[in-house]
Design a protein around this ligand. Structure first.
Ligand code: BES
Ligand code: ZN
Length: 623
């Protein structure tokens, strides 16, 4: 946690240095305000009261779909304030004790997106606050699955998704990425099930249904995680392993063979992995996102299990967060690119080290295409295309676009290209070392970048043009792009197909997922039914087991109204809850009157299989 005095100092330094950077850089960006804005997505007063440790004691009840128990916070009332303010969301608070004495609390009415602030009276010396609570039916972090919604269809399952501001719906807490604390937990679950957290984890189901957890490294609330279900474990090597439902565990183990080596490759680049074990938990298909970097235990979608290890870069990404994000954390959601842009860059570097440059070049290019699509989608002048976001009064998930990921990663690639890889890697290693277990604002990063790498070198600064990237819209003119050789052949093949020439099987035989994605994504918006049929008969896209390819293919099928793909698409929509896949499909359906009807009926039918967070996103589309 940033101490207030040093925080003020940093703010001043940051403002001054950014002003300097602005005068030395060739700025063509819109006017920027480099004043550090505190986290606008927490109502807590954790800048005055230090949240030191959480002792959580909860029971998971599948019948009532509730988590109930006690959150016992160790605090230090640094500024001698008279109340502690915490974040909650749709939660009932039964009672609150300060140093063991019952106190009168106030629970505000909910503020849009932020939930209800909980006010607890404290004195200068209050050391502990115990909150007895129950989660509500709209606890947005939680998805309660019946047996039918799991892979094995035998037992219920529960999992959380706390990023960005949803931890407050299952734990009363100071829910900002800039607020870190250690935790331990006692979690009681139905006998026969296993509980896992972002902590030291069990590897076997026990008889009591009671599990104890310990996370001695301070983490922010968005990295709090819990999963409960019939889960088994298989190790990859001494420090890495996989958890999944028993019927999925062997496939998962096969898919993630490289994960142990990946940790080594990452450490070689930016220093030691500091979290002890690195395990991956494969969740049931309703998981709303691809992967979540919960410390020590990445949560991931089963849609990465393609059977041929071709989508494992999702795990590379979540592993990379063990440095960018979990070790050095964005101070607010306005600085989200510091988490995701760095991680995207780092993911590509790990992939390059593991699978070679020609592989990495392809994922860079696919990322560039995502960047272009995000700018087109948001509008090239939109402030939402700046790296530094302004999410005040808004849903922090509005910032969850490819700008943070791809504009962020390309900005770092540009710096790498400009100063040279060796210097940039040394800089990043030092950055991770010096900011380990700390949080950072964009403005502070820019100061650090100047002090430790650019060092006022006007030629370098002008070449990079930081302002155009961080405080300017769209795709800056100096955005790096190296078009991969392997995609040139794909482009030729696509053109041949579109001009009616036969495609030789020997050309496509060597293609990996990346080439296929590039091939399909860059087709004209609408193919003819004959073209769709030809592609499907040649390459069996409708039946593909690769979720990334299936998703693009189903979108194309909708736009061409290629009905033979619809049963498989419905099957996909019925179980997969990953927002990234669902959103483009429902968006495409909504483009025609008949599609609209289809979207409404499919959504009504399968809504229950989607996580509350996915439902929120989809209800903005299907209406
Ligand atoms: N931390 C994100 C997921 C996230 C971000 C959830 C913001 C909620 C709010 C995670 O690391 C991520 O980026 N996942 C991607 C994986 C991909 C980029 C390889 C996903 O889920 O698609
Ligand atoms: Zn990420």
């Amino acid at each position: 946690m940033i101490k207030y005095a040093s925080f003020c100092l940093l703010v001043c330094i940051a403002i001054t240095a950014c002003k300097n950077a602005a005068t030395t850089g060739s700025s063509n960006a819109a006017t920027k305000d480099t004043t550090i804005v505190k986290d606008v997505h927490t109502q807590s007063n954790a800048d005055s009261v230090i949240m030191k440790h959480l002792d959580l004691d909860i029971k998971v009840n599948f019948e009532t779909k509730q988590i109930a128990g006690v959150a016992n916070w160790s605090i230090e009332n640094k500024d001698k304030v008279t109340e502690l303010k915490l974040d909650t969301y749709d939660m009932s608070i039964d009672s609150v004790f300060a140093d063991g004495k019952l106190v009168k609390f106030i629970l505000d009415s909910p503020v849009k997106y932020l939930g209800s602030a909980l006010h607890i009276p404290i004195s200068a010396n209050t050391g502990s606050i115990a909150i007895h609570y129950k989660t509500g039916k709209d606890a947005i972090a939680l998805q309660w699955l019946g047996p039918q919604q799991t892979h094995d269809k035998k037992h219920p399952f529960l999992y959380t998704q706390s990023e960005s501001i949803y931890a407050r719906s299952w734990i009363p807490c100071a829910d900002g990425p800039g607020i870190r604390y250690t935790y331990n937990a006692r979690v009681e679950v139905p006998k026969g099930l296993m509980a896992l957290m972002s902590a030291h984890n069990p590897q076997q189901i026990n008889d009591s249904g009671i599990y104890y957890f310990d996370m001695e490294i301070p983490v922010p609330a968005y990295l709090m995680a819990l999963a409960v279900g019939d889960i088994s474990f298989k190790s990859i090597d001494e420090h890495t392993g996989v958890y999944a439902e028993p019927g999925m565990i062997d496939k998962a183990r096969y898919e993630f063979e490289d994960v142990g080596k990946m940790v080594g490759a990452a450490e070689k680049l930016y220093g030691p992995y500091r979290w002890g074990r690195y395990d991956v938990l494969v969740l049931p298909p309703g998981f709303p996102i691809g992967g979540m970097e919960n410390p020590r235990l990445t949560f991931c979608t089963p849609t990465v299990i393609a059977g041929d290890r071709s989508l494992v870069n999702l795990i590379t990404h979540e592993l990379a967060h063990s440095w960018s994000g979990n070790l050095v954390t964005n101070a607010t959601w306005n600085d989200f690119w510091l988490n995701e842009g760095f991680t995207d860059y780092f993911e590509h570097r790990i992939s390059e080290a593991m699978y070679g440059k020609s592989f990495a070049d392809m994922i860079w290019e696919l990322g560039y295409q995502d960047f272009v699509a995000a700018v087109n989608d948001l509008g090239k002048d939109s402030k939402d295309t700046w790296l530094k976001l302004d999410l005040k009064g808004r849903d922090p998930d509005d910032g969850l676009t490819d700008i943070a990921y791809e504009k962020g990663a390309h900005f770092l690639k540009l710096i790498e290209n400009t100063v040279g890889r060796e210097k940039f890697d040394a800089f990043l290693k030092k950055y991770f070392d010096e900011h380990a277990f700390k949080t950072i604002y964009t403005e502070q990063f820019l100061v650090y970048l100047n002090d430790n790498l650019l060092k006022g070198d006007t030629a370098l600064i002008n070449k990079i043009n930081i302002n155009a990237w961080v405080y300017g819209p769209g795709i800056p003119a100096n955005c790096p792009r190296d078009y991969p050789e392997r995609f040139k052949a794909v482009d030729t093949t696509r053109t041949e197909f579109l001009t009616g020439k036969p495609i030789s099987k020997s050309i496509t035989a060597t293609w990996t997922t990346n080439e296929w994605l590039h091939f399909l994504r860059n087709m004209p918006a609408k193919l003819s039914l004959a073209q769709m049929k030809f592609l499907d008969e040649s390459y069996h896209f409708t039946k593909t087991g690769n979720s990334e390819i299936a998703d693009v293919w189903f979108v194309m099928s909708l736009s061409a109204d290629y009905k033979p793909a619809y049963p498989a698409m419905e099957q996909f929509l019925s179980s997969v809850g990953r927002r990234k896949f669902l959103e483009p499909l429902y968006t495409e359906m909504m483009k025609t009157p008949a599609g609209k009807e289809m979207a409404k009926s499919l959504y009504a039918k399968y809504k229950m299989n989607y996580h509350p967070l996915a439902q929120v996103s989809l209800e903005k589309i299907v209406k």
